[in-house]
Design a protein around this ligand. Structure first.
Ligand code: BGC
Length: 436
């Protein structure tokens, strides 16, 4: 098979998040990580992470040397606004410089405003369910837009609201460590309002200055489908969790209303028009069976399809799911799509080369099917702090030595660089050769 060309102007790069790479951050997560016994799998924390806050210039240079032409990163709210209403101009200048370096290296910056973490002053006052959170998020978003907006076009308000609601409020595995359906639904409502307010703040600043700003949420798509040989109960158990996790937020944005069953259908100020494109994070899919013992997840028990290969996280590897997701989301929203995350936990870089090629082929398939996909951002550049998994799960193209913090390219880094340089996706046989 000949290599398949990527469309011209297709963005190719990596995605990161501040807390996972920067080090030196004090937020709700840093407090969580200090609990004993540790809630993090390897007892580690992100106090140093990979020291990217200090090394960003050489780090970005490394990605640009691999011909990447886009870079997604997040601004850390707790740095920029360490006390409510007090903005730290040095922190804002730092992110301005990150954007400047991206531009100098010809990498299109894609900026996330909130990637799972909150400043403590907000977390201590209810976090995302505080009725003031949308207004406070809008004030912070406006400060970021004023500082960065002359050089940033692509904005993501909130990373994966549904994942944050599930992990923080339903499973209790992340801050604020709650375990209730009511709490998770309230978190979703709060995050929807925050997204609307944040998007509107970015749009307002851009309009006032005459800047181009395209805004989205980073949506995590993880289809929950009935297991093979499903009973009617299994099928019924999959419907509501799948809708709430995968569609509720987006459909509410399109409708401009807080849709049932999470909301009461009422209009949300500034929600309509809050999406100019759609950021899509895709890793895997799950199968669902009915289980009377799990009321918290509405009696849906999730598991990877036993017929599919798995990552080091145990997640099913299913590139066809990315094609399906892009096609469905395109038909549903008719918004340009940007793959804002896709990657694999793979500690020895055995799966990653094929994973990348298979998923980029899935993107090309979706484009051939008619979906308007503008780019692909791989999760992630460097092995980093993988939330409650600590440093035990490795998603990077580059390995990071935990002692010296030196960065070493893995075979998949060479492969991704070749894709970026040639702007085409090689066939599988070539991948094996490169990975050797
Ligand atoms: C998150 C990342 C995370 C990745 C791998 C995504 O859901 O946005 O922060 O590291 O998944 O688990």
């Amino acid at each position: 098979m000949t290599p398949r060309r990527l469309p011209s102007e297709f963005l190719l790069g990596c995605a990161t998040a501040a807390h996972q790479v920067e080090g030196g951050i004090e937020n709700d997560w840093s407090r969580f990580e200090r609990q004993r016994p540790s809630p993090v799998a390897d007892g580690s924390d992100a106090s140093t992470a990979i020291d990217h806050y200090r090394r960003y210039a050489e780090d970005l240079q490394q990605l640009a040397a691999g011909d990447q032409d886009a870079h997604r990163f997040s601004v850390e709210w707790a740095r920029v606004e360490p006390e409510a209403g007090c903005f730290d101009s040095a922190a804002l200048r730092h992110y301005r410089d990150v954007v400047r370096v991206c531009r100098r290296l010809d990498m299109e910056p894609v900026v996330t405003l909130q990637h799972f973490t909150l400043p403590r002053w907000l977390a201590e006052r209810g976090g995302v369910v505080n009725p003031a959170a949308p207004r406070l998020f809008a004030r912070y978003a406006a400060a970021c837009a004023e500082t960065l907006g002359d050089s940033v076009v692509w904005w993501l308000t909130i990373n994966e609201p549904a994942v944050l609601a599930v992990q923080g409020y339903l499973n209790g595995l992340w801050p604020p460590q709650q375990r209730s359906i009511g709490g998770a639904l309230a978190a979703l409502r709060g995050l929807l309002r925050m997204h609307a307010a944040g998007a509107s703040a970015v749009h307002d600043v851009a309009r006032r200055h005459g800047w181009d700003a395209r805004v989205s949420v980073a949506h995590h798509e993880r289809r929950l489908r009935p297991r093979a040989g499903a009973t009617p109960l299994d099928r019924a158990a999959a419907v509501l969790p799948d809708f709430i996790f995968n569609r509720w937020f987006l459909r509410s944005c399109v409708a401009g209303r807080m849709l049932p069953p999470v909301g009461d259908g009422r209009r949300v100020p500034d929600l309509r028009g809050s999406l100019d494109f759609l950021g899509v994070n895709y890793y895997s899919e799950d199968t669902v069976s009915f289980d009377a013992r799990v009321p918290l997840t509405l009696f849906a028990s999730m598991a990877p399809d036993p017929d599919l290969p798995r990552s080091a996280f145990g997640w099913a590897i299913h590139p066809a799911g990315l094609r399906r997701a892009l096609n469905e989301l395109w038909l549903e929203t008719r918004l340009p799509l940007l793959v804002t995350e896709n990657g694999v936990a793979d500690n020895d870089d055995e799966l990653r080369p094929r994973y990348i090629v298979a998923h980029l082929n899935a993107v090309l398939d979706a484009i051939d099917d008619g979906a308007d996909v503008r780019g692909y951002l791989h999760w992630t550049a460097w092995d980093n702090f993988e939330w409650a998994e600590g440093y035990t799960k490795r998603f990077g193209l580059y390995a990071v030595d935990r002692e010296t913090l030196s960065r070493t390219p893995k075979p998949s880094a060479a492969l991704f660089a070749e894709i970026c340089r040639t702007r085409s996706v090689p066939d599988a046989a070539r991948v094996t050769a490169l990975a050797r």
